[in-house]
Design a protein around this ligand. Structure first.
Ligand SMILES: [Zn+2]
Length: 469
């Protein structure tokens, strides 16, 4: 509890600092602009007076040219057009009235239409406040992430998971990269997408939530194609008896192999390829990448953001037989990403087994009975045995996104029962099977979603029913 409170305090402190920084900035800007305008009006006054003097001189020389504005006369010149004073006044008033009406209409639509508000906010944020061409997050001149923005990308990988988080300080995190659908190609779809956003070829944090094929089977290619500094993975030792990888196993550093103690989850060839790649990955500093096991409570944080991860402790891990497929999913860490007062819940394939474990730990950690969150990455592709009512009651979200492949999986994901639990709570949700790639953006304190394909809201609500969950 103390830890949670301390965390809240430090967040609050950071917020205050950043607010005062912003206001200091604004004040400076205003001062500058007011100085500028003073200078401008001074110079205008000067030039007008010079003009008038020279004009007066000309007049005194006996010229019959009429002055531009003569006090007491009814003729004035507006924008180079001579007209009656009354007409000019009427015209000015009409223009002011039109501008006022337009401003009022704009304000009403802005307040009442949230889509319009989000569009405007986004435009202001991108175009005026935070355009930063040199942030390192632009590609070929295109600004991919605005300064001060955090993005969570859910890539459409068919049946599987691949989540890319772009932090405001230019760092990245990739959570899982797997696929189980036919016709999918990492080289043709996922790789170019990742390369577009990870412009320096280096990934700061990579996490495998659990050993299932649909989460791990492209990660060895990611390790081969990118430089990864920190690797988070389950405490699962890969089978060293596999003849076809004997040479690679023999070359593994002994101290790294000794970190892994659990062998009772399913050990597949795709996991073995990732395991071998992870233990030998060379980081950007030339040393081996750091390996961190998904055990207990740990965090990834920058100056303005933090993700707290909640997993089984070593004791819980040791006492559970995780070989069963359902239990294997339950080793997925549940992460609470916090940025600008907003929270995104990350789940992997978490389910009814580890959700209560998370709730218990998070209650103590944050010192709360309910955790006010905003966005949920729906666990296990919308499976019926994930995203329980108790879990949804605890995290209370407004938005959710689901990685699934409704037409091509035998698990019947996403399940209608799961969607119904979200619908009952008025959660707005997006699905990769219908929306394609989905991007959640936190800009300032605004959350917005961008999808590759827009679909009818009613269609999104249609999940699957059937035997397998
Ligand atoms: Zn999965």
């Amino acid at each position: 509890m103390a830890k949670g409170e301390e965390n809240n305090k430090s967040t609050a402190k950071k917020k205050t600092t950043s607010t005062s920084k912003n206001s200091a900035k604004t004040t400076t800007k205003n001062t500058t602009s007011s100085t500028k305008s003073k200078t401008a009006s001074k110079s205008t006054a000067k030039s007008t007076s010079t003009k008038q003097t020279s004009k007066a001189k000309t007049d005194s020389k006996g010229s019959d040219e009429k002055p531009l504005v003569e006090v007491g006369k009814t003729n004035v010149k507006v924008a180079g057009v001579k007209m009656k004073k009354k007409t000019a006044l009427a015209l000015t008033l009409t223009i002011v009235a039109i501008i006022l009406i337009a401003a009022i209409v704009f304000a009403i639509v802005y307040v009442t239409n949230s889509d319009f508000k989000n569009q405007v906010d986004e435009w202001i944020y991108y175009s005026i406040l935070h355009r930063d061409e040199n942030s390192g997050n632009s590609n070929g001149g295109e600004v991919l992430i605005a300064d001060g923005e955090l993005q969570v990308h859910m890539l459409d990988v068919g049946q599987g998971d691949c989540i890319l988080i772009l932090f405001p300080d230019g760092k990245e995190m990739l959570i899982d990269c797997g696929n189980k659908s036919t016709g999918y190609s990492y080289e043709e779809t996922t790789k170019p997408y990742l390369e577009k956003y990870i412009t320096d070829g280096q990934i700061d944090y990579l996490m495998l939530t659990h050993c299932d094929e649909d989460h791990v089977d492209q990660l060895d290619k990611v390790l081969a194609g990118f430089v990864v500094d920190n690797i988070y993975m389950p405490n699962v030792k890969s089978g060293s008896t596999k003849d076809k990888f004997a040479e690679q196993f023999a070359a593994l550093p002994a101290d790294r192999v000794a970190m892994f103690t659990d062998e009772d989850t399913i050990d597949s060839d795709v996991y073995t390829k990732f395991y071998l790649g992870a233990l030998t990955e060379v980081a950007s500093d030339g040393n081996l990448a750091d390996i961190i096991l998904n055990i207990g409570n740990f965090a990834i944080e920058g100056e303005t953001y933090k993700i707290d991860f909640f997993c089984y402790t070593q004791e819980e891990w040791d006492s559970a037989n995780l070989g069963d497929a359902h239990k294997k999913n339950a080793v997925s860490p549940i992460g609470i990403l916090q940025y600008n007062g907003k929270r995104v819940v990350l789940t992997g394939d978490s389910n009814e087994i580890n959700e209560p474990n998370f709730i218990e730990k998070a209650k103590e950690f944050y010192g709360v009975d309910k955790l006010d969150c905003d966005v949920l990455k729906v666990g296990h592709h919308g499976s019926e045995t994930s995203t329980t009512n108790e879990f949804l009651d605890f995290i209370t979200v407004e938005y959710a996104f689901i990685s699934c492949n409704a037409s091509g999986n035998t698990f019947n994901h996403p399940r209608q029962a799961t969607l119904d639990r979200l619908i009952a709570r008025n959660v707005t949700f997006y699905r990769t099977d219908l929306n394609g790639n989905i991007v959640c953006k936190i800009s300032g304190t605004t959350i917005s979603f961008e999808v590759e394909t827009k679909v009818d809201a009613e269609l999104l609500k249609q999940g699957l029913t059937g035997e397998t969950s």
